[in-house]
Design a protein around this ligand. Structure first.
Ligand code: FMN
Length: 200
């Protein structure tokens, strides 16, 4: 049995290209008996962004939390438990202004917690979420896998860094590229990515 955690972050609903990639992968995984899929769609159900109140909760001992802080702390714990329970984490994201959607960055703001998903050692930080695989399903208007725009891809390297920080270094990347380069390019980019998903 294998557990998959899907974190979707496009805000484009049914029009989302990265969402179509996620749907395709989910359909394939769902056809294999024993696979368990948990999904969080942050595009339609965003997490509250990190603010002073949430930071206060994160730095307050459990026995001193007020009722509102307890609710926030429970959400943080749930998200961390979902991550720890998964064998494979699938992040789907469209590139917005050269980076991942803020909804996905916010999810990392919740799950990157010292002492729970990473800790500091004498030689530096160490991830505590080990033995897992991640799959990034990304959609971009332009082309970043090669060529002049590659240096402007602040999405995939950032997501890989965040995953590595908690200990996830086995990362596969599937890119639907050229979504803004006309219908033919978008169709070809999407079809290529969908075909790649079948080889995962
Ligand atoms: C607000 C916004 C910002 C975008 N910024 C970029 C960008 O910086 N680079 C790029 O190649 N495409 C950009 N795009 C195009 C998206 O990456 C493209 O539409 C992709 O399909 C979005 O993924 P989604 O369909 O899963 O939401 C942007 C789109 C939107 C809506």
């Amino acid at each position: 049995m294998s557990k998959y955690l899907f974190i979707q972050s496009s805000v484009r609903g049914a029009d989302s290209a990265s969402g179509q990639l996620a749907a395709h992968l989910k359909k394939q995984l769902g056809a294999v008996s024993g696979n368990e899929i948990l999904e969080r769609d942050l595009g339609s159900n965003p997490l509250p962004v990190l603010d002073a109140a949430l930071l206060g909760t994160l730095f307050t001992p459990a026995d001193a939390l007020n009722p509102a802080q307890k609710t926030q702390a429970a959400l943080v714990s749930t998200l961390i438990e979902e991550l720890k329970a998964a064998d494979t984490v699938v992040l789907s994201a469209g590139m917005y202004n050269f980076a991942a959607p803020v909804q996905l960055k916010t999810w990392f703001d919740y799950v990157l917690q010292a002492g729970r998903t990473f800790h500091y050692t004498a030689t530096g930080p160490e991830g505590l979420v080990k033995g897992k695989r991640a799959i990034l399903l990304v959609a971009t208007g332009g082309v970043y896998s090669e060529g002049p725009a590659a240096a402007a891809d602040f999405m995939v390297p950032h997501l890989k860094q965040l995953l590595a920080f908690v200990g996830i270094t086995d990362v596969s990347v599937i890119r639907a590229e050229g979504m803004a380069l006309g219908n033919d390019a978008a169709k070809a980019g999407l079809e290529k990515a969908l075909a790649e998903i079948e080889t995962l």
